[in-house]
Design a protein around this ligand. Sequence first.
Ligand code: CA
Length: 422
Amino acid sequence: MTSFLDLPADSGFGLHNLPYGVFSTADDPAKRVGVRLGDTVVDLAYLETHGLIAVPGAGRAPVFHGTLNAFMALGRGAWDSVRGRLQDLLSADGPDDFRASETHRASGMHPLEEVTMHLPAEIGDYTDFYSSRQHATNVGTMFRGPENALMPNWLHLPVGYHGRASSVVLSGTEVVRPKGQQKPDDGAPVFGPSKLLDIELELGFFVGPGNELGSPIPIEDAREHIFGFVLVNDWSARDIQKWEYVPLGPFLGKSFATSISPWVVPTAALNPFRVAGEAQDASAGNPEPLPYLRQSGERSLDIELAVKLKTAQMDEAETVARSNARYLYWSPEQQLAHHTVNGCNARPGDLMASGTISGETEDSYGSFLELTWRGTRPIQLPSGETRTFLADGDSVVLAGEAVRDGVRISFGEVEGTIAPAR
Ligand code: CA
């Protein structure tokens, strides 16, 4: 598949990817849906208005004006149809309805640097899981010791908590250092700016059609409800978190900000990158999940992930960790089946994140908590500075891409810079 745009062969934003995002332009501030092709944004609202794409199952209301929620709600048939049509329309040798019209090309495409990106969906609910075994083991080891690092439930269900949708922000949004209660080991609680501000490297997915209240999504249907994936940085204030989390879990140590990347990579683009994942049975010494969580086939995704840090003194970001989504023990399908098994309804545009993705080696950990082992092993930076947790002015970039057989699928990046507490 070759696009009519002159893209480099190794572009992570070629026709195999076509991620969806929501954008506006200086001359038209209305939010609308686009796909990214190289460094160009193709305006799906324009294509829809001019009859260049039809959306099966859509009513009279336009699908691509506003956010992605309406398209997410339509499900796999509509997604596959639109994706196939776009791959045809934007290819070098497909139908020339769009390609051959200078008017369409001038009005229906925008240079990436001239658009303003927005959150891809109106996020009704945000749930964060805890699905990396190595991350859960590392955190458990630090706080409870190596003997009982994993809690007794961990290998039996995808642990999660309800996050805060209102503070999910787009890449590039500054992150104000949160203030809150902290409890020194040897004294009374104090109030002030967090001193242990951290990141969590995660992969998130957006829910498609979802389910009616009271009707769970079976594991074998779960993939049909996963619209696509973004990078997630679950900013975490470890000192606030440590004091508040008992007994109901994360609260203000997490809810001040969660950053996501702007381009939603479709599930269909990632299907060629599926891998088995760790066996969930006795062959690997693991308990077999209860039937509602048993998933056949390849359940993990081979997506390379990186954490980069740039302090105010540095000219370019330094990679401080490399991880991979394949390290997740619980899959997105298992997360969604578990989330809805009690009848809880998931809705189009809900965001679900994986939890911090850590590999087995010390340079593959997805948080500074782990990378610096609770602040005891500072990271040395090329600027001569060291870091345990984040300082004001620090910028963190998470990046992701899947590469196989000459095909590259890029997630782009999610960036956030720490602003002083207010
Ligand atoms: Ca998290």
